[in-house]
Design a protein around this ligand. Sequence first.
Ligand SMILES: Cc1ncc(COP(=O)(O)O)c(C=O)c1O
Length: 380
Amino acid sequence: MKVAKRGAVPPFIVMEMLAAANLRAARGGDVLHLELGEPNTPAPKPVIEEARRLLADGGLGYTESTGMPVLRDAIAAFYRTREKLDVPARRVVVTTGSSGGFVLAFLAAFEAGDRVALAAPGYPAYRNILAALDIEPVLVETEADTRFQPTPKLLDAVEGRLDGLIVASPSNPTGTVLTFEEMHALCDYCADRGLRLVSDEIYHGITYGVSATSALALNDDCIVVNSFSKYFSMMGWRLGWMVVPDDLLRSVETLSQNLFISPPTLAQRAALKVFDCTDELEANVAKYARNRARLLAHLPRAGFDRLAPAEGAFYLYADVRHLTNDSEEFCLRMLAETGVAATSGIDFDPMRGAGYVRFSYAGSEADMSEAMRRLEAWRR
Ligand SMILES: Cc1ncc(COP(=O)(O)O)c(C=O)c1O
């Protein structure tokens, strides 16, 4: 039988690293998880209590495909208070995680054969979802000199036509944040050339001493993708949202009806409580900040001294070319010899990632301290 080529997207290497870490744990070894890109905190307590209550009540039918109006209103209100942005609830579309949002966004905005630029290193699902939809990902190789973010100059150097650009600020895997001026320049670049901008703002709310600018403030035609998975610590609830420009709203709605029917109802209704949990959520961010300070102090002593400026999210992207030319083998050896799991850069940058490692500091403070102690001893 025929097997479609477009389904053959590359695996997530981080999942394979996780499998190696789990195997080590199953054999009685201990593992410190610095490979996982997710908070180790549960959803805030009021969300969990509300979900319990809703489950007992029953009646969790489908909702509107674009999400419950009351949740869309709450997200619009969140933009007003947090980002001082006036976003009409009509343009907010609730999705099945930001992952579901990308599928809707790419289908609504791009044709098969279109070419969409995105930074390498970057979150691998962007290019893999684009490829599965027959949209060509055009990788823009970024370096430490632009904090691994794309710039108009780098986009100008791309050969051939472009139809869109994906940006992520704060970025995964580097944690770097576009300044207001840099975001402005990219927004204008896209507007002037008719490129559809997709801005992944999933790590908004998790920054250290800088603030992340939303593309919504600067580009009327952009699609903003966001999620309850990171700042709100609701990973497995599979809930996200998009802010969609008017010309794409109807497509996104009908695509959502057909692809997903509706986002998860339990998660939507429980998420209404999360906007009142600022203290708990900010305590999570304060923990990331302490973890970040710990890693920034200790990783250089362990030989990881070429780090991208970690301005947001919970990642440090380390240039390890002075230590190895095969970061996948290096990470497996580090796991075997120290029990510290980290992720090879090849997930994020197929061309140059063998020279980079991503450390995630979303885990517990005790794990971070112990991991730093072991890595320092290992590299001594
Ligand atoms: C940059 C980025 N975007 C999107 C996602 C997907 O998250 P979710 O589908 O849980 O919203 C992730 C997950 O790690 C991510 O790092």
